[in-house]
Ligand binder design. Structure first.
Ligand code: SAM
Length: 290
């Protein structure tokens, strides 16, 4: 009969049986609350036909729920010590493949081709290792994987930044980078007591729904994101101030002022008040002076 992996008792038993000790450096905080896991799977929209990609299965707490509710599961785990454990805990499920790889190094495109049916709906679902949340998410987004959405447990502060809109404390270049590729929403907050061991930070589940097309058209994405980062370089300073610094020796101050006017943006405003559409206008106006 089914006995969930993700209870404090069962988790302790498994860890003890294998003499497993947590590696802080790998961000190992395992979920021990079945209700939270069921909620994550629900928010992620994992249904019978959907395939799932998981990053960091640990001892299989979330993997098990994905295997029960979805179709196939492809999970990437970097820690070799977890492989025999996963072999054991996930033995009731024949729809799980564990890949022993650093997700940042993995060729996810080829593995998707290998493991899922052409055109199958695929969801990324994970309780991410917090030390590399942003690199992992940016990799998944920039590689333009054929996935519909990404539902991840991450540090609350980072989730808030990724989902933030203009004129809020959390809004910054990360918000815009993430929202260029996705619609971002914090769907739940999760208490520290749901993890073993308990993390030092608060956690939230962030849902990213991938866009078919970016919300703005820009000529050069690298230039666009550099420009945005420069406008947040000194948060307390005006946009004019940050831009003059960024384009020093490249574009005259007067030309920058003109570019701002052409884009319909007051030079006294701060970077945190501009929407992604305004940044796109600014990008176009500034490129005219390059
Ligand atoms: N999914 C499990 C759970 O919810 O209980 C474990 C989540 S734990 C926060 C993060 C997991 O990611 C750990 O199992 C860790 O070993 C693994 N991990 C850390 N860095 C990784 C990387 N670069 N690539 C793949 N897995 C990684």
């Amino acid at each position: 009969d089914y006995k969930a992996i993700s209870t404090p008792k069962r988790t302790k038993e498994i860890l003890q049986k294998y003499g497993f000790s947590f590696k802080k450096s790998l961000g190992q905080n395992f979920l021990i609350d079945v209700n939270i896991l069921e909620n994550i799977v629900k928010h992620a929209g994992v249904t019978e036909e959907a395939g799932a990609i998981e990053i960091g299965p640990g001892i299989g707490a979330l993997t098990e729920q994905l295997a029960r509710h979805g179709d196939r599961v492809l999970a990437f785990e970097i820690d070799q010590r977890l492989l025999p454990i996963l072999d054991d805990t996930l033995s009731p499920y024949d729809n799980v493949s564990i890949i022993h790889k650093d997700i940042l190094e993995a060729d996810v495109h080829s593995l998707i081709k290998e493991h899922f049916a052409e055109g199958q709906s695929i969801k990324v679902v994970a309780n991410l290792p917090y030390y590399i949340t942003t690199p992992i998410l940016m990799k998944l987004l920039m590689e333009k994987l054929p996935v519909e959405d990404i539902t991840v447990m991450i540090q609350k502060e980072v989730a808030d930044r990724m989902a933030a809109g203009p004129n809020t404390k959390s809004y910054g270049s990360l918000s815009i980078a993430v929202q260029y590729y996705t619609e971002a929403k914090v769907v739940m907050n999760v208490p520290k007591t749901s993890f073993m061991p308990q993390p030092n930070v608060d956690s939230s589940v962030l849902r990213l729904t991938l866009r078919n097309e970016p919300p703005v058209q820009v000529e050069d994405e690298d230039f666009f994101f550099d420009l945005i980062r420069s406008c947040f370089a000194q948060r307390r300073k005006t946009i004019m101030n940050n831009l003059s610094r960024h384009f020093k020796g490249q574009i005259e101050k007067e030309d920058l002022r003109q570019a701002l006017e052409n884009a319909g943006i007051e030079p006294k405003r701060r970077g945190e008040s501009l929407s992604i559409q305004e940044y796109a206008e600014l990008d176009q106006a500034i490129r005219a002076y390059l």
